[in-house]
Design a protein around this ligand. Sequence first.
Ligand code: 3PG
Ligand code: MG
Length: 348
Amino acid sequence: MTLPRSVDAAEVDGKVVLVRSDLNVPLEDGRIADDTRIRASLPTLRLLLERGAAEVRVCSHLGRPKGRDERYAIAPVAAALQDLLGDDRVHVLENTRFDPRETANDESYARELAEGCDLYVNDAFGSAHRAHASTEGVAHLLPAYAGLLLLDELQHLGRLLGDVARPFVIISGGAKVEDKIGVLENLGSRADAVLIGGKMAEDVRSENPFSFEAVLPSDVVAADSFDADAATELVPFDALPEGRLGLDIGPRTREDFAARLAGAQTVFWNGPMGVFEWPRFAEGTFAVARALADSDGYTVVGGGDSVRAVHDAGVADRISWISTGGGASLELLEGRELPGVAAIPALQ
Ligand code: 3PG
Ligand code: MG
């Protein structure tokens, strides 16, 4: 993979720098529910400040507002960032998606963002699959560089696209198979095994959409309703009674998946094994998280839900790389070019 040129090579002393970060964090009642992305944006911002930038203008989208909508005001995110940085050279611009020209990649909006800035640093890996004014358009108007997080993500995820240490095992789950067909087809055909759990496994059971055989669960926790306290019984995967919902993989499957993961040298995980937000259906997902943590191999986790699961399971510090990108990591691993990356001149 060709890497974009790094902010590390930019001359920033005395300059006004526009930085696109991905500060699109989950909000609950107007509060930041998880500040991982804010913290992940710090190394690039600190580098710019240490190297003497006169001003650092940080911009990001937050949520999916349709025009100006105070529920998605950037203020709480800006305050959290300032608490962590404590530098008055940093200014956070309002949510880029308050302006409809952002998602239209309208050049007039890109010009407004670039106004008064000397260079542009894109560190928003999580948004690099979007060709928007702040992620793509503006890169053509200012000397553009990749931030440290963006580069780290490309290097770590990029490893999975190259010559991986084997066995290479992919484990996937979550609700919808459609979202993941591209990435599973691209990576899965090169993997030694693809394990599938969660709701997705049921789609694959009735009709395999892949050009390879996937490893499916052998048992599931069947619930009589979609409820945290639902009555449950353990049933074979291929004998889920009519009207019952498989809300977690069963203990035999957990053991089987964990054993296959234990022998792997490279693992990519995306998507939970069940409704892990509810403790009674979290065991399968947590068993996978622990298996990755215990592995000596190179382990990569991508996508919001599985990232949250490794944190909830308390094993995040024992995973080789946890991506800050959901859609962006999937598109990269599908082998697609990310517009936010393509717009930055390549490393010479
Ligand atoms: C994400 O959370 O996946 C990124 O911030 C991109 O957000 P989007 O899907 O609303 O473009
Ligand atoms: Mg998304």
